[in-house]
Every structure is written in structure tokens, then in C-alpha cells.
Design a protein around this ligand. Structure first.
Ligand SMILES: Nc1ncnc2c1ncn2[C@@H]1O[C@H](COP(=O)(O)OP(=O)(O)OP(=O)(O)O)[C@@H](O)[C@H]1O
Length: 265
């Protein structure tokens, strides 16, 4: 679905993302973790066309999108959320979703996947069905500014879904949520991936929850990729423990719970 080859982003003398290579396959749910300032958001900005690369290449479904503007990434099915939800506060929840649908362009019921025209999944056919999918139907007529912060995060995901993506990039969608809300969010993300056949890349600081829900984790540290592995292997990786997780994540219980989930998957 997407391949990053030696992606590098420098801001003056600071290398925020340092030759990161990674491939994301159709239908994968991948987490990205790392300490503050590790380069996670900058990497996201790079792979959605928001941040020009200093070096490296980005391939999306076989197309070279290096240097393209964000709308070309959107046209190739890449959608994202931002760390701070960007919803239109004075528009209704329904109209916010309708805005995303308009952005999807002139062929509202079709999208291109691997060069073939496909029907849009039924759940993404209009704004009401997207609201139902993300559980916000009851809030449809409210101004977006009047719903709770966790509902605003859901709304932003709904707006991204309105562009009929194949690849969904989620930047800390669980930030500021309660533990129960984080768990609900993780379940929703898994369900969206399954029902819409999406590739999902998810940056999150709520690491324990993330590790229980993703199949693969990429760990960034000081702009470099230091691990790209299953959750069970990542929590035992000495470099990851040293740079980010600390010893408690490598306790037998955490390893066992991530292993059990991998086996169940
Ligand atoms: N536009 C910018 N100009 C200059 N430096 C920047 C810019 N954006 C990010 N940086 C720097 O790049 C580095 C990586 O930042 P980035 O926001 O990508 O990290 P992060 O892993 O997402 O952090 P967090 O978990 O705190 O969100 C940091 O040192 C940051 O200060």
C-alpha cells in the first residue's frame, strides 16, 4: 500500500526523521511509538505529503508520490487525522462529514484500488452511514464545537473516512481520553480496519493499549527506526527498553498478553 524508502526530514541542523524505511501492506494495522520528539508526527507529515522530504522516496500502490502535494496523496487513498482535532466547530457534525465527502472528489461512489475501479464500501456511501459507523448518529445535528473532545476525535476520523481512504493515518487519537474511551477507540480502529479493509498506521502514547491491538510496531528514537516487529518482540527488544519502554513493559505479563493476542489473530 505504501513504501517509505530512506525517508529523511531535516529542519536546519536537526534531523527529525533519519533515513526511515518501512512498508505497509494492504489490511495491516501498524503502530508507531517512541519518546517525545522521536519524529513520529514528522514521519506522518512526510508520508501524507504535508511535509516535503529532504531525502528519500515514497511509493503508494506502485506510484512514486515523492514531492507531491497532499491532495495527490488523498487521491491515492491516503487520509489522516491530526494531533489536535481539526473539526469545523460552527458546522454540524453531519456537515463536517459531508465536507470530507466533498473532498473525495467527482466520483463519490467509486475509488481506484491497484488501478481498478471499485465500489465504495456500503458503510461509506453517505454522511449518515459514516456517522453510524463511528457511533455519532445521535449527535448529527449538533455543532461540532458542542460535542465532547472524545467525540471530536471520532468526528475527525469520520471526516477522514469521508475521503474514502485505503490508508488511514491516526495521530494520537487516544490523547486526552479516559482508559475506557481509549479501549473503545482501539476497538473501533480494529473494526474499521476489518470492515473497510483499510491499512491503518497509528501513532500513540497509550502504549499498553496500542500493543494489544496492533500486529506490528515501529519504534522511532531520535529520528531513527530502532525496531519494526511484533508487539511481543518489541517489548523484549533491549534497545527499545533502553530508549523508551523501560523494564516494566518487558514483564512476563505484558509479553504474554501480546503473545496471546497474536496467537488469537
Ligand atoms: N516544523 C518544525 N520546525 C523545526 N523543528 C521541528 C518542526 N517539527 C518538528 N520539529 C522537531 O523535530 C523533532 C521531531 O518532532 P516530532 O513532532 O515529529 O516528534 P514526535 O515523535 O511526534 O513527538 P511527540 O510524541 O511529542 O508528538 C523534534 O525535535 C521537534 O522539535
Amino acid at each position: 500500500m505504501l513504501e517509505a524508502r530512506d525517508v529523511t526530514v531535516r529542519f536546519g541542523g536537526l534531523t527529525a526523521v533519519d533515513a526511515v524505511s518501512a512498508s505497509f501492506m494492504p489490511g495491516e494495522l501498524v503502530g508507531i511509538i517512541g519518546p517525545n520528539g522521536a519524529g513520529k508526527t514528522t514521519f506522518f507529515n512526510a508520508i501524507s505529503g504535508v511535509q516535503p522530504l529532504t531525502d528519500g522516496r515514497l511509493m503508494c500502490q506502485g506510484h512514486d508520490l515523492t514531492g507531491s502535494r497532499p491532495h495527490r496523496y488523498a487521491a491515492h487513498g491516503v487520509a489522516r487525522t491530526f494531533q489536535t482535532p481539526r473539526v469545523f466547530g460552527d458546522m454540524t457534525v453531519l456537515d463536517n462529514i459531508a465536507f470530507g465527502l466533498k473532498f473525495a472528489g467527482r466520483r463519490p461512489r467509486k475509488y481506484i484500488l491497484w488501478g481498478e475501479e471499485k465500489d465504495v464500501p456500503w458503510a461509506l456511501r453517505d454522511a449518515s452511514s459514516i456517522l453510524q459507523l463511528i457511533g455519532l448518529s445521535a449527535q448529527a445535528g449538533l455543532p461540532a464545537a458542542a460535542i465532547t473532545p472524545s467525540q471530536q476525535r471520532l468526528l475527525e476520523i469520520g471526516m477522514a473516512l469521508g475521503t474514502r481512504p485505503r490508508l488511514l493515518l491516526l495521530d494520537e487519537v487516544a490523547a486526552g481520553l479516559t482508559e475506557a474511551e481509549i479501549e473503545d477507540m482501539a476497538r473501533l480502529i480494529g473494526r474499521l480496519r476489518d470492515e473497510l479493509d483499510l491499512t491503518v498506521i497509528w501513532i500513540e502514547h497509550a502504549v499498553t493499549t496500542l500493543l494489544r491491538h496492533v500486529e506490528r510496531v515501529i519504534v522511532l528514537h531520535q529520528g531513527r527506526k530502532i525496531a519494526d516487529d511484533t508487539p511481543a518482540n518489541v517489548v523484549r527488544n533491549p534497545e527499545v527498553i533502553e530508549a523508551y519502554l523501560g523494564d516494566e513493559m518487558a514483564e512476563p505479563e505484558t509479553v504474554a498478553s501480546t503473545r496471546t493476542e497474536e496467537a488469537a489473530a
